[in-house]
Write a protein that binds this ligand. Structure first.
Ligand SMILES: [Zn+2]
Ligand SMILES: [Zn+2]
Length: 641
């Protein structure tokens, strides 16, 4: 007999092979109606799959995040059902749920068109309306081979199944698929679905195999959620940093240097402004250093990268031997340890915080490169802290405040993840107990909620990861605080303790923005290119109404520039043309100088995004407000009507 423990502590004892559906029905008919699937000891299965084990028994309703993957995978079946109704000759591949939706791969003679997708989507609505149950059957290998005799991809898959594996099929209406499940109870659940795109994909990701046609889609339990998601996708397209970056003349990519952006004059201002911002905040309590970019392999052998990370490194071959013996650095850590080792250190110096903005290279495969988010050359706001073990709690608290303050400056909301000891790790349990307790205490001191990721820590220590949510609700992983007990051993790092003995420090790896390249990509999308004043490459465009007012406009420009503002005088073409151009370039302020303004010593200010409304201000007042807006790094304009 199987014992099922319900969340309220009650137990049910049932014979093996009982259907979860019957267990749920015995708990309550209302719950059965709301049930999407169940989980037994965390393993999700559908209501129609016989129970083979006991354990903690949870009913998943649409409120459980795990239910969404079940819905989306079921939507893939409904898609295949629709495709087979309209294209009976299509062979079927795999149809998994993915992060934001699902896909299904088909083998067809010609690629699908947008019209095809519209037709499939309409057909899916009919399949949903029919409310076909997902009928599960456990079948013999012979029966499976017969069922899928016309589907070579499925036959290949059956051939891969081990002799003891249960082979199951799921039937919804006219369509049978080879699948392990789980699925929602019937197709009527798949009502809020959207097919998004189609692309070629090699069968099983193998470029030597045939090209299939993959259809991507997404599905939700509620219409509002689907609408919100589609709106986000639309916004994401509009904000795509590759498009906005080009329109605003910030960076370009060139095929001769894949994955290494060229920063234009405007982009360089943006980049340097960010670096200076971090540098300013680090001036007092950190020590900025620069270390070489190229190292011979002895360092990478000592750090372990030569063995485990070499394919991600750009190697330089020795002229004489033809063998690689040198590499560009893919990360700063080992070089910081080397610098640390060049001197003796006392306990009084700790925590010692080395920061650097050095250029790093990682050999990402060409196919994975994308805009600024996946590059081969980049710089991080990287920091390595050398500290005593008794300093961990205070240090983590300090670093967390530093990181959270950084995100707040950009209006990015942070979420924290706490990753603890993995199965394969260095150090003893007492060390991990202390390290995790210190990180946890620092986390709890912030009062912020955090997500626990048991077993997700690095092999050398536990860590806190920082995800930020941008203005359209997308999450990006950026910063990290990682304790490292392994590197100090490997590099034999030491400090002199107060009793004059030599002790091992602990190392903390800290990044805030991740890489500046990726962070700028995220900021471009977060602000849709409309940067706050302090970041904007061009802050004010000064526009004389007519040519004869150019001297007056030049005086306004000079006053702004003298206050350190990035202002620029624009006299070409008509005023309307110049205004439109400044709007397109998302310049935060336009200062229009007409005859009246020239005589009165004022400017007519147009604020970005406020249309044709103007605020008339004395020049000195305008300069003062903009200086304050820049210095406080305000997210909203300080000039408004
Ligand atoms: Zn399935
Ligand atoms: Zn590091």
């Amino acid at each position: 007999m199987l014992v099922l423990r319900l969340p309220d502590g009650a137990e049910r004892t049932v014979p093996p092979g009982t259907l979860p559906r019957d267990v749920v029905a015995s708990i309550g008919p209302r719950l059965l109606k709301a049930a999407v699937a169940v989980a037994v000891d965390g393993e999700v299965q559908d209501l129609g799959t016989p129970l083979r084990r006991g354990g903690a028994f949870t009913v998943l309703t649409d409120k459980d995040p795990r239910a969404l993957a079940v819905l989306r995978h079921s939507a893939a079946h409904v898609l295949a059902t629709a495709v087979r109704r309209l294209r009976p000759e299509a062979h079927i591949g795999f149809g998994p749920a993915i992060d934001d939706g699902f896909y299904y791969d088909f083998e067809v003679a010609t690629p699908f068109t947008p019209d095809d997708l519209a037709a499939f989507e309409a057909e899916m609505a009919l399949v949903a309306q029919a409310a076909f149950p997902f009928d599960r059957a456990e079948v013999s290998r012979e029966a499976a081979l017969a069922t899928f005799a016309d589907d070579p991809l499925k036959l290949e898959r059956i051939g891969d199944l081990g002799p003891d594996e249960i082979i199951s099929t799921y039937t919804d209406g006219p369509f049978v698929d080879l699948c392990r499940g789980p699925h929602v109870p019937d197709t009527s659940w798949i009502r809020h679905v959207k097919l998004l795109s189609t692309a070629g994909a090699y069968w099983r990701g193998d470029e030597r195999r045939q090209m299939l046609q993959r259809i991507y889609g997404t599905a939700f339990f509620r219409k509002e959620d689907l609408d919100a998601h589609l709106h986000r996708l639309e916004e994401a397209r509009r904000r795509d940093h590759r498009v906005v970056g080009k329109a605003l003349d910030l960076f370009v990519l060139h095929p001769t240097a894949p994955g290494a952006p060229f920063w234009t004059e405007r982009g360089t201002i943006l980049y340097n402004t960010l670096v200076e911002f971090v540098r300013d905040r680090q001036r007092e309590r950190f020590k900025e250093i620069k270390t070489p970019l190229l190292y011979n392999k002895a360092l990478w052998e000592q750090s372990g990268h030569w063995g485990k990370y070499r394919e991600n490194m750009f190697l330089v071959h020795n002229d004489e031997t033809g063998e690689p013996d040198t590499s560009l650095k893919p990360m700063n850590c080992p070089s910081h340890y080397l610098l640390y080792l060049t001197k003796k250190h006392s306990y009084r110096e700790l925590p010692l915080r080395y920061v650097t903005f050095d250029v790093l290279h990682r050999n990402e495969v060409a196919g994975a490169l994308s805009g600024l988010t996946r590059v081969r050359q980049f710089a991080q706001d990287d920091c390595h802290v050398f500290l005593r073990e008794d300093q961990i709690a205070d240090e983590v608290k300090f670093l967390m405040d530093f990181i959270l303050g950084h995100y707040r400056t950009f209006g990015l909301e942070a979420r924290l993840k706490f990753a603890t000891r993995p199965e394969t790790r260095v150090g003893d349990d007492a060390m991990w107990d202390r390290a995790e307790a210190a990180l946890k205490a620092a986390l709890e001191a912030t009062g912020m909620a955090y997500e626990l990721k048991p077993g997700d820590g690095a092999f050398y220590g536990p860590k806190i990861d920082f995800d930020v949510t941008d203005s359209i609700g997308r999450a990006w992983q950026l910063g990290t605080i990682q304790l490292d007990y392994a590197a100090p051993e490997r590099f034999d790092l030491q400090y002199t303790a107060d009793d004059n003995t030599l002790k091992r420090p602990v190392v903390i790896h800290r990044a805030v923005s991740g890489s500046f390249e990726r962070f700028i990509g995220i900021l471009i999308e977060h602000f849709a290119g409309a940067f706050p004043l302090w970041l904007a490459p061009e802050q004010v465009r000064v526009l004389p109404l007519t040519d004869d007012l150019e001297p007056a406009a030049r005086a306004v420009t000079d006053a702004l520039v003298a206050a350190g503002l990035r202002a620029h005088l624009e006299v070409r073409e008509s005023l309307n043309y110049r205004i439109r151009e400044a709007e397109t370039m998302k310049v935060p302020y336009m200062a229009v100088v007409g005859k009246r303004e020239a005589e009165a010593g004022t400017v007519a200010v147009r604020v970005r995004g406020a249309g044709s409304k103007q605020v008339v201000l004395p020049v000195a007042e305008f300069v003062a407000r903009l200086s304050r807006e820049r210095d406080t790094r305000a997210l909203e304009p300080l000039v408004r009507d």
